[in-house]
Design a protein around this ligand. Structure first.
Ligand SMILES: [Zn+2]
Length: 150
């Protein structure tokens, strides 16, 4: 029998129950995706005092919610507890869209070609989204398709 891929595994109802990939944010009620403890450790203040590694964590990407991370047991980590400003929650022009290469919203508005640079670096796999981006996901997801609309 062929090995199951991760996707196959999580299409299985029984597996979903033991490995939830999404959970409801205790603050805003939105359903959000899992993030690794490795990501959180790179953004939380006084990481050495953060002792909650055992459970699963989720990243709330709701721009209007103060919660950045929440655990399976609904423990929350708020914006002031992080040393990184979360670009999608702070709608300033200086908010970072790409944490790997330090690209701000203003940079992209002034020069949309920067996105091509980031795409290129991502293809070359020299980005570091899992640890640099507080979402733990690819920075390109946060780039506006048309910066003028954002
Ligand atoms: Zn939330």
């Amino acid at each position: 029998m062929a090995l199951k891929s991760i996707d196959d595994c999580c299409a299985d109802a029984e597996c979903k129950a033991t490995h939830p990939k999404k959970q409801i944010c205790p603050s805003c009620g939105g359903e959000h995706t899992e993030v690794s403890a490795r990501t959180i450790a790179h953004h939380i203040k006084q990481s050495w005092q953060w002792g909650e590694h055992a459970q699963k964590y989720f990243f709330c990407d709701n721009p209007h919610c103060d919660v950045v991370y929440f655990g399976e047991n609904n423990i929350t980590i708020l914006m002031p507890q992080l040393r990184t400003k979360v670009g999608i929650k702070e709608r300033s022009d200086e908010a970072l869209l790409c944490y790997c290469f330090g690209v701000t919203r203003t940079d992209v508005m002034n020069d949309p070609c920067i996105k091509d640079f980031v795409v290129e670096k991502t293809k070359q796999k020299i980005c570091s989204c899992e640890t640099s981006n507080p979402s733990g996901r690819c920075c390109l997801k946060q780039f506006p398709n048309n910066p003028d609309i954002q």
